[in-house]
Design a protein around this ligand. Structure first.
Ligand code: PGA
Length: 248
């Protein structure tokens, strides 16, 4: 049975008090299926509550949604990998499309964040993906290759503790998901790029409007090693059901 990852990106939702309540409901839905990992990416202030709440569950891990690349200092509002790690994070998202498009994060900055995450012993979940205009112009693979190259440039050679998430921007929060075939086609290209330029990085998740209805069909595609889910991870019962459905 193939190991699959179910990553929940809560975005700017679920504070520390709500997180405790969420986990109570999530666990009341019963045991997680075998052969899967569940990763939670709460807002930074909720990381500690989630880390405490999932302690002892070997198949559940917690990460932050973003870090700054400097290790410490006068950077008001930012958090470093080391600070996130102290709060209980074991991983971090890097280069999510909302960071790129809402906050103007550049390819070069994602590279600094990947390197900083690894230096702080956090596993990066690196998000890449094209906009609708780029897809329609036939630039999908060129855009993703450029994003991968910049994001992985600063990492020590051979450092492969990175997971990639393919998240087409046009599919995020829009209700419009890539078909399993569309996703698999891009995953194959990403896999080929990684084999050539970053061997050892092999896990690729799909994200963008994944929900209870489409998760089984998407994960039936062997190219997908898991899913990164925003909206459909916010309800604890719905999320538990999505994990069970996808892992079946
Ligand atoms: P969505 O978000 O599932 O709400 O489309 C996915 C993501 O942004 O990671």
């Amino acid at each position: 049975m193939k190991y699959r990852v179910f990553a929940a990106n809560w975005k700017m939702n679920i504070g520390p008090l709500e997180a405790r309540e969420y986990l109570r409901s999530f666990f009341s839905a019963g045991q997680l299926p075998r052969g899967c990992g569940v990763w939670f990416f709460p807002p930074a202030v909720s990381v500690e509550a989630v880390a405490r709440g999932v302690a002892g569950h070997d198949n559940i891990a917690v990460g932050v949604q973003d870090i700054y690349w400097e290790p410490k200092g006068a950077f008001t509002g930012a958090i470093s990998g080391a600070i996130a790690s102290q709060a209980g994070a074991r991983m971090t998202l890097v280069g999510h499309s909302e960071r790129r498009h809402v906050f103007g994060e550049t390819d070069e900055q994602t590279g600094k964040k990947v390197a900083a995450a690894l230096a702080a012993d956090l596993s990066p979940l690196l998000c890449v993906g094209e906009t609708l205009a780029q897809r329609e112009a036939g630039e999908t693979i060129a855009v993703i290759s450029r994003q991968l190259e910049a994001a992985l440039a600063g990492r020590a050679a051979g450092q492969s503790r990175v997971t990639v998430a393919y998240e087409p921007v046009w599919a995020i929060g829009t209700g419009r998901n890539a078909t399993p075939q569309d996703a698999a086609d891009v995953h194959k290209e990403i896999r080929a790029w990684l084999a050539k330029h970053a061997p050892g990085i092999v896990r690729i998740l799909y994200g963008g409007s994944v929900n209870l209805k489409n998760v089984a069909q998407l994960l039936a595609e062997p190219e997908l090693d898991g899913v990164l889910v925003g909206g459909a991870s916010l309800d604890p019962h719905g999320w538990a059901e999505l994990v069970r459905t996808g892992a079946a």
